[in-house]
Design a protein around this ligand. Structure first.
Ligand code: ASN
Length: 627
């Protein structure tokens, strides 16, 4: 990441404070925090006017200014909590659940997004990968011109994404007196820190849109992006309202990973009346491997143009993947017309309602999957991988929709009332099903429209409850249904924290396998482990170890779990700690080792064990010094 970090400057976020984020993921404040990494790649949002009045990106200018704007940085809180060189902090408003703490990573080659290439997409994806476990969400500041291409590409490259990534920008520079940049940036930060929407999104105007459903629709409007075939995932007006039912959740047990290669031999071919077959032929020539064909209406091409059909057929026979999408701003291709069927007969596949940006970047992604043969690649292009296309009829509300039925009996009718009812009913019913270990009920609740990751008033989800309850079958079922492993409840606990606190060892392993990571304030974790060691709770220490904790972590008095196990004379716990790398030489703030504590309280077993471990270490180090 250092290659891409902004220049080290007294007033900007640099490598050093990125390190502080990694070491101390949460501060010791009462309000839970939401950590966001901002990748600033360029675009109008951060540009300034040069002497000729032309907008240009200038290195460090954006980040320097952020610290001076009270809407963007609560200097008093930040300096008190993190010191002068710490991360940026948003001021808190009465309605916020979490304090938004953010770091900005400025790219060394800030660019107008017209200059973006696949190399930059790969670079962004890799930067997210490197800092994935340290942040709750990511905001990418980007020029608007090619923003939808980047968002679409990232949606495919970020595989099994469990956290929110928001791509945003603006039509006017953020520090201009009148600008859409401030609202877009602030709303993106707040959403990224507070909402569990594991998708690559675009935020613009008042809408949070699925990234791979967007296109730039206006060169001048503040509502620059539209999502022609899919409703917004959320709207940010006075309240931020999330449409949880429309969130795409990956339903596999894989860890988050980045597919960091793309095939560049792809292109967009738009039909027009009297297009020549020579042009089509040249376009389809090697090395082209994938083409998005923008046809008319519902996917039609002229049926009287055998010359074009011949070129298309020859190309698909050579293995070129040709995907048919419509030139229309909205709608879906199908083979309803003879003209569309003809394309299918000649090997052209349906791209359904994909935007040109999604179809092109998906081709670049699919074609770079070396483990897939051509037939699999063709199938994948027609499969909904990240919510980018609608196959068949779009899902409609069923008559038997559960919330609707209850709402009817309560005489509730407005959308807001229905949403409110759903947000109360579903988390409660999901939790009840988890407690009864009723997998069939869980599946049917999802069919009735429950969002499997929806949280109750305490921010707890069905997965949190399942990790406490301890039935691994239920946990696995929830994960396969798309339950998010990263959600933090109001006490900042993730499902992994619950699995640790209930000593569910198999569940801890499963969560880690699916990409969960251990988080929390190091001192607080130290205190919990020390408390376990004080009562000889070796099983709890095993849970922490499985989750990746450092068993030598100190509490506020500088004591480690080994100090407490020694002080309270728990030989079995001492043995376990020593076997698993606990350091017997660690000194507490009074300068005492665990062995000295044991001697002071005359804990005989503990003293003996610690003395022999000391001897072993001495013998080992003498042996080393002789070799
Ligand atoms: N030309 C700019 C860009 O795409 C447009 C913008 O950001 N509003 O970088």
């Amino acid at each position: 990441m250092s290659r891409l970090l902004c220049e080290s400057h007294a007033d900007i976020n640099n490598d050093e404070n990125m390190e502080s984020v990694k070491k101390s993921p949460t501060g010791l404040t009462n309000k839970p925090e939401g950590r966001v990494l901002v990748l600033y790649t360029g675009g109008t949002i951060g540009m300034v006017r040069n002497e000729e009045g032309v907008l240009v990106p200038i290195a460090n200018a954006f980040i320097k200014n952020l610290r001076r704007y009270p809407q963007l940085h609560d200097r008093e809180y930040a300096e008190k909590t993190f010191g002068a060189m710490g991360p940026l902090v948003l001021p808190m408003t009465a309605t916020d659940n979490r304090r938004v703490i953010y770091n900005v990573l400025e790219y060394s080659n800030l660019c107008d997004s017209s200059n973006m290439t696949m190399d930059e997409w790969i670079r962004i994806a890799n930067d997210i990968k490197e800092s994935y476990e340290y942040f709750d969400g990511f905001v990418i500041l980007h020029g608007t011109d090619t923003l939808s291409y980047t968002a679409s590409a990232l949606s495919f490259m970020l595989e099994s994404l469990g956290k929110i990534v928001i791509v945003t920008g603006s039509q006017m520079p953020i520090f201009d007196t009148r600008s859409d940049g401030l609202d877009n940036f602030l709303a993106s930060l707040v959403i990224a820190a507070n909402y569990s929407i594991p998708e690559v999104c675009v935020f613009f105007g008042t809408n949070l849109l699925r990234g791979n459903r967007t296109s730039k629709a206006s060169a001048s409007s503040f509502e620059a992006f539209h999502s022609p075939n899919f409703p917004p995932l959320a709207t940010a007006n006075i309240k931020i309202e999330v449409n949880y039912r429309s969130i795409f959740r990956s339903c596999n047990l894989e860890k988050f990973s980045v597919h960091a290669s793309l095939n560049r031999n792809v292109g967009l071919l738009r039909l027009f009346p009297s297009i020549t077959s020579d042009l089509v032929k040249v376009f389809l020539q090697s090395p082209i491997e994938g083409v998005v064909l923008q046809s008319y209406g519902m996917g039609n091409l002229p049926t009287n143009r055998d010359d074009i059909i011949k070129e298309l057929r020859a190309a698909t026979k050579r293995g070129v993947i040709i995907v048919n999408i419509t030139q229309c701003a909205t709608g879906c291709v199908s083979d309803a017309y003879e003209a569309g069927k003809l394309l299918r007969k000649n090997g052209v596949i349906l791209g359904f309602d994909m935007t040109p940006e999604a179809a092109l970047t998906k081709l670049a992604y699919v074609l770079s999957k070396h483990e897939w043969d051509t037939e699999t690649k063709r199938q994948m292009m027609q499969t909904n991988l990240r919510g980018e296309l609608t196959v068949g009829q779009p899902p409609t509300l069923q008559d038997w929709d559960l919330v609707e039925a209850v709402a009817k009996s309560l005489r509730l009718s407005s959308t807001a009332e229905l949403q409110e009812l759903g947000s109360i009913l579903f988390p409660a019913m999901l939790s009840a099903a988890v407690i009864r270990r009723d997998i069939i009920k869980l599946e049917s609740l999802q069919r009735y429209g429950a969002d499997i990751s929806q949280a109750n008033a305490d921010g707890r989800t069905a997965l949190h409850i399942a990790c406490c309850e301890g039935d691994i079958k239920v946990v696995r079922c929830l994960l396969k249904m798309g339950a998010n492993i990263h959600i933090k409840d109001r006490f900042d606990r993730t499902p992994l924290t619950d699995a640790i606190e209930y000593d569910r060892h198999e569940i801890i392993k499963l969560l880690l396998q699916c990409g969960a990571h251990f988080h929390g304030n190091a001192l607080l974790i130290g205190e919990r482990m020390c408390a376990a060691a004080s009562v000889g709770n070796t099983k709890r220490l095993q849970s922490y170890l499985l989750a990746g904790a450092d068993l030598s972590q100190k509490d506020v008095s500088g004591r480690t779990p080994l100090h407490f196990a020694a002080l309270h004379n728990h030989p079995e716990t001492i043995e376990f700690l020593l076997e698993n790398g606990a350091d017997p030489h660690c000194l507490d703030i009074l300068g005492q080792t665990a062995a000295e504590l044991a001697e002071t309280v005359r804990a005989e077993n503990a003293t003996r064990l610690l003395a022999s471990s000391r001897r072993n270490i001495v013998v080992e180090s003498t042996a080393k010094s002789h070799t």
